[in-house]
Design a protein around this ligand. Structure first.
Ligand code: NAG
Ligand code: NAG
Length: 389
């Protein structure tokens, strides 16, 4: 979700919405140890190749991980922590996804929305620190901060700052399916005062097998966020990694271009943020025009604040580039929802970013791919295709 300051206008209908390096393994605390031959040492090529990946925080290629796993040699030494959390759409239009999060002891389970576009863990549960945040969809919340144990998908952080809403705007509370947000942006976006507090991922990263999380969101079905590992069953082909600009705190990356339907790919740099907390895909006006030129009867509606078309229209696919790789969004994902209950006019999942001032690869784009949020010392985003339902 993008803070209000960045969004001047958003479609009323659309729910618009880091990291610590791997801790050193086997640090020898100032003591010189003499090398001796280990009689039970078994040489394995895969294991040797694997070690630098761990040392230099490079995402481990799936094939290599699988080869190492088959040896069974490293499980004792290197295995630290992994987690799998199920992300379920809150409604039939996939406005947002929630993940069960356990807070406190005795644990209370809340349904929170993972948001790579903000960096506060906010909950409408329930001193000294205060926070105040406004989101792009006009909702806001403020309150006090507490530290408590937070468990997500089996990953535990014992002293996680939780910003508990005491005052929340009506649009936040009316979204009763969502009890709050787990911000997974970079710390610079954290709004706690007098000083920023670390995100759940920042706190968990040093105990994870690798300092990354992956998003496998699905259309109309539960998907998952995995922490600390890459599940090679969740994508096809290979993962293409691109650099991330962490200023001012979003997962900002640059796409290499786009294609509408079966038309030729247009190479052009599109800088935007990967934001799990925004529902739709927002791109520059020229791209939006090129797309809707292929949707007969579509129009840019002032009434509805964006492109609309007949709900029975067949929409072309939309492809975006990740380096030389391509991610294709199926046409049906781009039909977001009827503009009003029962209407035969539908609102598009792809909209103009001009008013927002920032391109946003929201859930419509993310659920079309398997996405790695790699929080190594130089963060990267990895994109791979997957089999779509
Ligand atoms: C390193 O040495 C210091 C001082 O002897 C000790 O307090 C600390 O626990 C040691 N750390 C590890 C990881 O062994
Ligand atoms: C990897 O994904 C597959 C397919 O969804 C799943 O069956 C398997 O349990 C996952 N592995 C882990 C370690 O989560």
């Amino acid at each position: 979700m993008v803070p209000l300051a960045q969004i001047l206008t958003v479609a009323a209908l659309a729910g618009s919405g880091a990291a610590v390096p791997i801790s050193q393994i086997g640090t020898i605390n100032g003591t010189t140890l003499h090398q001796v031959r280990n009689p039970s040492y078994v040489f394995n090529g895969a294991v040797s190749i694997y070690k630098p990946y761990l040392k230099f925080d490079v995402p481990i290629p799936a094939d290599l991980q699988a080869a190492v796993d088959r040896t069974g040699l490293l499980t004792k030494t290197y295995k630290r922590s992994e987690g799998v959390a199920v992300a379920t759409p809150i409604d039939s239009i996939n406005d947002a996804y929630t993940i069960p999060v356990s807070i406190g002891s005795p644990p209370q389970v809340l349904q929170l929305d993972f948001d790579t576009g903000s960096s506060d863990l906010t909950s409408k549960l329930m001193s000294g620190y205060t926070w105040d945040i406004s989101y792009g969809d006009g909702s806001s919340s403020r309150g006090n901060i507490y530290a408590d144990t937070v468990v997500i998908g089996g990953v535990t952080v014992t002293s996680q700052a939780i910003e508990c809403a005491e005052t929340v705007s009506s649009s936040f509370t009316s979204d009763s399916a969502v009890d709050g947000l787990v911000g997974l942006g970079f710390d610079s976006l954290n709004t706690a005062s007098p000083k920023a507090v670390a995100t759940f991922f920042d706190n968990a990263a040093s105990s994870l097998d690798a300092p990354l999380f992956t998003a496998d969101l699905k259309h109309d079905a539960p998907g998952s966020y995995d922490f600390g590992f890459i599940n090679s069953s969740l994508y096809t082909g290979s993962i293409t990694y691109v650099p991330v600009d962490t200023n001012p705190g979003y997962w900002t990356w640059t796409s290499s271009g786009y294609a509408v339907g079966t038309a030729a790919f247009s190479s052009t740099s599109i800088s935007g943020i990967a934001d799990t907390g925004t529902t739709l895909l927002y791109l520059p006006a020229a791209i939006i025009k090129a797309y809707y030129a292929k949707v007969s009867g579509s129009s840019n509606s002032n009434t509805y604040g964006g492109y609309v078309f007949s709900c029975s229209a067949t929409l072309p696919t939309f492809t975006f580039g990740v380096g030389s790789s391509r991610i294709t969004i199926p046409g049906n994902y781009l039909n977001y929802a009827p503009v009003e209950t029962g209407s035969s006019t539908c609102f598009g999942g792809l909209q103009d970013s001009s008013d927002i001032g920032i391109n946003i690869f929201g859930d419509v784009a993310l659920k079309s791919a398997f996405v790695v949020f790699n929080g190594a010392s130089s963060p990267t985003l990895g994109w791979a295709s997957k089999i779509l339902d």
